[in-house]
Write a protein that binds this ligand. Structure first.
Ligand SMILES: CC(C)(COP(=O)(O)OP(=O)(O)OC[C@H]1O[C@@H](n2cnc3c(N)ncnc32)[C@H](O)[C@@H]1OP(=O)(O)O)[C@@H](O)C(=O)NCCC(=O)NCCS
Length: 231
């Protein structure tokens, strides 16, 4: 049974929605979700790939370009899912390999994927695709946008990245994880009227974790980065 993989187009949104529902069931309105996914597929900085086995859509991956604090082009392997009935047939391994290729073609210097510490299946997939595990454990915190009086300056050593993913629109906060950085991220999130501001903070960054908690951010889970050079 051969796997075929192609770039998704906006009319594939119902396929992605149904795979996503099979993997992470939710009560979202189908029409709304499909129209949202179609918008994300159309974004020029994304490469969403869809896998088929005998013409049945069985898995997808989303990747998109961001930049590091130092301005290095970086490929985010953001969301990967394979329908439960089609697992263990190397669909994910093919999707991850091709996503990295999309990043390389677009000039990314490296690719990274954030994997929950107990997600053995995903860890195996990244390992198989030549990604290296960053031993440091991180906590993912998310918070809402925050209304502020006037402009909040973006502090030095803070990177605020507006992202539109298959699951949400939001601001990623990176860098020093100080209070000014979190507030600037929340203000930017509010300005866009987006869903959330998020930070992936090393567990040993005590001040960063405390600040996220003080600002009412919610802990999502414990994660590790998997990275691979693309040059
Ligand atoms: C993670 C996921 C995408 C893997 O999809 P898949 O198509 O079954 O994975 P593959 O068949 O390509 O497997 C690649 C490698 O990982 C290993 N692997 C896959 N699932 C595994 C599991 N549950 N336990 C141990 N190893 C596993 C495979 O054995 C294979 O290694 P091998 O070639 O040495 O045998 C799928 O399990 C999934 O959709 N999970 C839920 C969503 C999710 O966790 N997404 C990732 C978020 S970061």
């Amino acid at each position: 049974m051969s796997i075929e993989i192609r770039q998704a187009v906006p009319t594939d949104a119902p396929h992605i929605f149904s795979i996503k529902q099979a993997v992470w069931p939710s009560e979202t309105s189908e029409d709304q979700a499909v129209s949202y996914i179609a918008d994300i597929i159309a974004l020029p900085n994304h490469a969403i790939r869809l896998a088929f086995i005998e013409n049945v859509p069985v898995g997808f991956i989303d990747g998109f370009m961001t930049h590091t604090l130092d301005g290095l082009p970086r490929w985010e392997v953001d969301l990967l899912a394979v329908h439960p009935n089609f697992r263990g047939r190397a669909v994910a391994a093919h999707l991850v390999a091709l996503s990295g290729e999309s990043g390389r073609i677009r000039g990314a210097k490296f690719a990274r994927g954030l994997v929950e510490i107990n997600n053995t299946a995903s860890q195996q997939v990244f390992a198989k695709c030549g990604y290296d595990l960053d031993d440091q454990i991180h906590v993912l915190y998310v918070g809402p946008g925050r209304l502020t009086d006037g402009l909040v300056p973006n502090p030095e050593n803070t990177l605020l990245t507006p992202v539109q993913t298959i699951n949400y629109r939001g601001i990623w906060i990176e860098g020093d994880y100080n209070k000014a950085g979190f507030l600037a991220g929340q203000a930017l999130c509010n300005e866009h009227r987006w869903d959330l501001a998020g930070a992936v903070i090393p567990t040993n960054h005590i001040i960063g974790v405390q600040t996220a908690q003080e600002l009412g951010f919610t802990l999502v889970g414990h994660y590790q980065w998997w990275k691979r050079g693309l040059a």
